[in-house]
Every structure is written in C-alpha cells, then in structure tokens.
Design a protein around this ligand. Structure first.
Ligand code: UD1
Length: 430
C-alpha cells in the first residue's frame, strides 16, 4: 500500500497553486447531468472523490470525457438508469447529490443510503424532509433511498440544521420544480454559491445563495454551458497552516482571499503574518507560535474541515488552547496519532484541550480520514526526524498531487510503495 515518508524540519518556502474546490466540484459534476446538452466544467480537481463520482455518473449512462487534466465534459442526454449503486456511495458519500439531480430532472432517483463515516454518523433527514416538501415520495428499503414524484412543486423549506449537502441537493431538485421554492437556514459556504452559479449558468433561476435564504424559481429545462470551479478553500488553508507549522514563508496562489478570512484571522492570532493579494495570500511563519481557542462553525465561521490542521499547529504552539468541534462528533481521531509524536492533547466530548509542546518527533502514523491525514502530513513536516504515514488514500480523496506541491515548497516528502523505496528515501536524505 502506498504511504508517505516525510523528513521534517525544513521550512516550506515559495509559491503553491491551489486547484478547484473538491466540494464544489462534487455538487457541480452531479448537477451537470440535469441537462441533455453537453456541459464543460473546468478547474475540476483530479482527486479520488471526483474520479469516483464521474464513474458513478458514467454508471447511469451519461457520457463523460476528460478534455484535459482538469477539464471534463459531461452529457446527460444518454442517461438510461436512475439507480446509483452502493459501490459508489461507500467510496464517496457525495454520490447522494445524484438523488437531487436525478429527482429534479426525471422526477425519480434511487441511490444507496450512505452510512456513517470516520468523522461521524451523518444523517440525511434534512435532504429527505426537503424532497418530501417538494412533493416527492421517499422510501428507504433494502439499503436504498428511492424518491419519486408525479411532479415536483415549489415549497417553503426550513432546515432544522445548517447542512451543505441538504442545501445543494434541494437547490438541484427545486430548480426544476414547478413554481417557487424558498430554502431557509441554508448553508452559506462558497461551494453553495458555486453550485448555484453553475445551475444558473445552465438556465436555472436561483437567488440568494451565500445568504441563509435561497429563492428558487423552477424552470422546465436546463441547457449546456462552460463553467470554471472556484479555488479550494480547504486545500489553501492546509498549505497556510503547513507554512505556519514549519516557520516557513509561502505564497498560496489562485485563491479567493475572502473565502480564507476565518483561517487567516486564526493564523494572525497565532503570531503569523498574513498578507492578502488579489488572488493570493502570503503566510509568513514565526518561531514563537501562540495558543488560541477555536470553535468550528458553518461558513463564515472556522471550517470543520480545517479543525485537524489548526489543532496540530496549536499542539506545537506555546500555551493552552481549546478546540471545540461543533459540526461532527468524531473528528479528533488523529489526536492519538500526534500524541505518539509528543503532542499533549486531551479530548473530552467535542472539545480538545491542548497544551503546546516545543517539539514533535517523527513517528509511524496512520491517516484516520481525509483532513486528519493532511494534518498528520503537516505534523510530520514540522517534526524532528522521519515519519511514515499510512492509509494515504484518504488524503488522495481531496488533495491533487499533495506531495508534489509540498516538494515544490522545499518539503521533503515521497510517496512510496515498498520497504525498498522507504530505504531508498532514507539513503537519499542521509
Ligand atoms: C459537507 C462537506 C464536508 C464538510 C461539511 C461541513 C461536501 C461533499 N462535504 O459535508 O467536507 O465537513 O459539509 O462543512 O461538501 N446533518 C443532519 N441532517 C442532515 C444533514 C446534515 O443532522 O440531513 C448534520 C450533520 O450530521 C452535521 C451537520 O449537519 O452535524 C453538517 O453537515 P453537512 O453540512 O450536511 O455536511 P455534508 O454536506 O455531509
């Protein structure tokens, strides 16, 4: 199995370019099947999650063509099946976006019901409540969720919790319903706005995305378009914290700085310098990283997908920090791993109490999930000595050429597949 081997202690320096947002791409690729015309989507991150979703889309009969590395053409005119297998959903939960997309277009969809995952139990009751409000019958049996409607009719839907997934699924279904829909207490993440902009580029009529009230006027058909996905807020934030952890100086390019404000604010509290450009942010680390407190919240709050990365850096910062995870219940699994590197962190319920230590040492580690895996790479880049990180397929779900981009900043990291390659790495770095 592939793993990363990392020699820590080198400050990251230079420029890194950020790819398209994975979480926007997942919504947009699913929404692309809603027209029978060809849609061209640019800036699609070439990561495991988008590859699996594209396979699921091909699996129902749509045509998918990679024009070049980060551009994809999708034609949903040849769809012959409204069933999405468990094979896809078990690899990537967001295959459930095909529920809303197929329901909107064909008034029927069937997708294997996603289970929990490594970060929590993740119910989808808000998606179901929304589909029902639009007039669909929703049935769960034999592990599948089946939606069907004679016709979808616009409705006033109040979400009980702020949910990215439910907001996207309902925007897709409602944009092809008859009449008007209002989504209240909607999620406001940048990728919600991106999916709405994409649907509008296909002819939908969605207003208010990015606020907590989204108004949708149903249309009877959508058409083809060319669309470029926004930069990935979380990939950018990961490199910003990697710069801080290694006391480096990194320009994170091709980003929307506004989307990074909650991340920049925390880095400044921790003593780093953050300089915003038009489409870049420069993070200059400090030798005296300071403690702070963090609570994860829906956008524009601090993202739960950045919680492991900031926690790892706080664990090597001076003083006591408190990190409260308010979105997912099981997002501190990496703490056991960094404890083996010398971190001093105690978890009670949804709170981590962190006593900063002055030094991490390299260790053999295992990535528990996508963002925690990225956080372990940050820890390894900052640690003394060599670390090995297993289960990197989680990291590959959301980061394109992670190791290549880190090497471009001077970090010492290799993807290896055998003990022989690990020995070779050790010999090479001396
Ligand atoms: C999305 C992101 C994920 C991110 C998360 C929160 C994608 C593909 N994934 O996940 O990376 O960590 O947003 O920013 O975009 N909930 C319910 N009922 C529901 C739906 C959600 O109770 O029907 C709860 C969840 O358990 C969680 C909270 O609402 O506690 C937020 O979940 P949600 O925003 O839906 O996350 P995802 O869309 O799954």
């Amino acid at each position: 199995m592939e793993q990363y081997v990392v020699k820590g202690g080198t400050p990251l320096k230079g420029e890194v370019s950020i790819g398209g947002a994975k979480n926007a791409a997942l919504g947009i690729l699913a929404a692309a099947i809603m027209t029978d015309e060809t849609v061209t989507i640019e800036n699609v991150p070439n990561v495991r999650d988008t590859k699996v979703l594209l396979q699921a889309i091909e699996g129902i009969g749509a045509k998918v063509k990679r024009v070049y590395n980060n551009s994809v053409q999708i034609n949903g005119g040849s769809i012959c099946d409204i069933n999405v297998d468990y094979e896809y959903i078990k690899k990537i939960r967001a295959s459930y976006y095909l529920l809303g997309a197929l329901l909107g277009k064909y008034k029927e969809s069937q997708v294997a019901l996603p289970g929990g995952c490594n970060i929590g139990s993740r119910p989808i009751d808000q998606h179901i409540k929304g589909f029902k409000a639009l007039g669909a019958e929703v049935d769960i049996s034999y592990g599948m969720i089946h939606t069907k409607a004679d016709k979808l009719v616009g409705s006033h839907i109040y979400f009980d919790v702020v949910s990215v997934g439910a907001t996207i699924n309902l925007m897709m279904a409602a944009c092809m319903a008859e009449g008007n829909t209002i989504l209240e207490n909607a999620a406001k993440e940048p990728h919600i706005v991106d999916v709405a902009n994409f649907l509008n580029a296909m002819g939908a009529n969605i207003k208010g995305a990015g606020t907590d009230v989204i108004r949708i006027k149903g249309v009877s058909r959508l058409h083809g378009c060319t669309y470029s996905i926004i930069p990935d807020q979380i990939e950018a934030g990961t490199f910003m914290f990697a710069a801080a952890a290694t006391h480096g100086d990194v320009i994170v390019k091709d980003v929307i700085p506004k989307h990074l404000e909650s991340i920049s604010a925390k880095l400044i509290e921790m003593g780093c310098t953050v300089i915003e450009g038009d489409d870049c942010v420069r993070v200059i680390g400090t030798d005296e990283l300071k403690c702070t407190n963090v609570k994860t919240l829906p956008y524009p709050g601090f993202p739960t997908d950045m919680q492991p990365q900031i926690s790892v850096v706080l664990a090597m910062s001076e003083g006591s920090s408190i990190v409260t995870e308010s979105i997912f219940e099981n997002r501190f699994k990496y703490v056991d791993e960094i404890s083996r590197m010398g971190a001093n962190v105690k978890v009670e319920g949804n709170t981590a109490y962190i006593e900063g230590v002055s030094r991490f040492t390299g260790a053999q580690l295992s990535a528990p999930d996508l963002r925690a895996g990225a956080a372990l790479v940050i820890a390894a880049l900052a640690a003394d000595g060599i670390s090995q990180i297993e289960d990197i397929e989680y990291i590959q779900r959301g980061y394109e050429d992670f190791e290549g981009k880190i090497r471009g900043l001077g970090g010492i990291i290799e993807k290896v597949d055998s003990d022989r390659e690990i020995q070779k790495f050790k010999l090479k770095i001396g």
